[in-house]
Design a protein around this ligand. Structure first.
Ligand SMILES: Nc1ncnc2c1ncn2[C@@H]1O[C@H](COP(=O)(O)OP(=O)(O)OP(=O)(O)O)[C@@H](O)[C@H]1O
Length: 321
């Protein structure tokens, strides 16, 4: 569905060259739900704008929905939907009229337009809002209308640029229910950008992390967390001697990458910590240095970002959740 090779974009700002996207390779298959995650200025929107033909690449190629973004822009646009960061609906327009107009603009007959408008309003729970001016809708309702507008022509691939930014947690969760339902019911491939780590973690099957214009990781959230950060096992022991013994035992275990002592606390970084812990506790009992407490913490995508870049994703000016 998306096949990009060495896709790059530079900007000249006051005589200075800004490398917004530095030659990314990307393959997305039909039906995937991909979250494109990265701090402010990482190059997410620029990548999206190139993939949706809104911005020509400086170099590289991208086939999107079977067509080349540079030479077959119109064909790409026929097959994709793009929901940008700003709202696409007019303040005084009524959702039903807005959808009808969009359907007609795509060449649907009046009867087809009525049917499609009804389908989309049902799918995105807009029926009770059909005759309210868009300007009076809440942020979440407005996003749903934007998504409905982007789906009028049944795109095989839908791009969403930060769909949930600015929404409160309840509205974000509600919007996600709709996005997931849309995907279930229409099989649309979804490619979205987000700042929200928890959201990417919970909702997307595949997470692509971008930093400074380059892809630094691409896998399921679960794999990224397991392979790149590892689980954190924290133990407390009766005294510092026991803690030293516990750290030494951990560092000899094959799946442990790091073991540190801080007073009577031992912190152990391990792949699949929940599987390592019982074995570790048995070894401690055998060595007469039993743990008083034990806890396994699964890493977050922020830990993954830290492991990859040495920085927290939140260090920048990403909005707080
Ligand atoms: N039209 C432009 N002219 C000059 N520089 C630009 C332009 N668009 C983007 N940039 C620069 O390119 C880099 C990447 O920007 P981009 O908007 O793609 O990042 P982003 O990851 O989408 O960030 P955000 O999360 O804030 O939307 C930034 O340094 C930005 O300042």
């Amino acid at each position: 569905m998306i096949h990009a090779r060495q896709l790059a974009r530079t900007f000249q700002v006051k005589g200075e060259r800004v490398e917004a996207v530095r030659g990314i390779d990307l393959d997305v298959e039909p039906g995937e739900l991909v979250a494109f995650l990265g701090p402010n200025g990482a190059g997410k929107s620029t990548s999206l704008r190139m993939l949706t033909t809104l911005l020509p690449p400086t170099s590289g190629t991208a086939l999107v929905a079977g067509h080349d973004v540079t030479h077959e822009g119109a064909r790409v646009r026929q097959r994709i939907g793009y929901i940008g960061q700003g709202s696409g609906s007019g303040e005084y327009m009524l959702p039903r009229d807005e959808l009808m107009t969009q359907c007609r603009a795509y060449g649907l007959s009046r009867t087809e337009a009525v049917r499609r408008t009804g389908e989309l309003m049902a799918m995105l729970d807009l029926e009770s809002l059909a005759t309210r001016p868009a300007g009076t809708l809440s942020g979440g309702q407005r996003r749903r209308l934007d998504i409905a507008l982007g789906m009028v022509h049944r795109p095989a691939l839908l791009f969403l640029d930060e769909p949930s930014t600015g929404l409160d947690p309840q509205n974000r969760a509600h919007l996600w229910e709709h996005i997931l339902r849309l995907r279930r019911e229409s099989g649309t491939t979804l490619f979205l950008t987000t700042h929200y780590l928890d959201e990417a973690d919970a909702m997307a099957e595949r997470v692509i992390i971008v930093d400074r214009g380059a892809i630094v990781a691409d896998d399921t959230a679960e794999n990224l967390k397991a392979q790149l950060a590892g689980d954190l096992i924290t133990l407390t022991l009766a005294d510092t001697d026991h803690a030293g013994t516990a750290a030494a035992i951990a560092s000899r275990m094959p799946s442990v990458s790091e073991a540190t002592v801080d007073g009577t606390t031992v912190r152990v970084r391990a792949t699949w910590g929940v599987a390592v812990l019982p074995e570790y506790l048995r070894a401690l009992d055998t060595s007469a240095a039993p743990a008083l407490t034990a806890e396994v913490r699964t890493p977050t995508l922020d830990d993954v970002f830290l492991a990859l870049t040495g920085r927290r994703l939140r260090d920048g000016d990403a909005p707080e959740e």
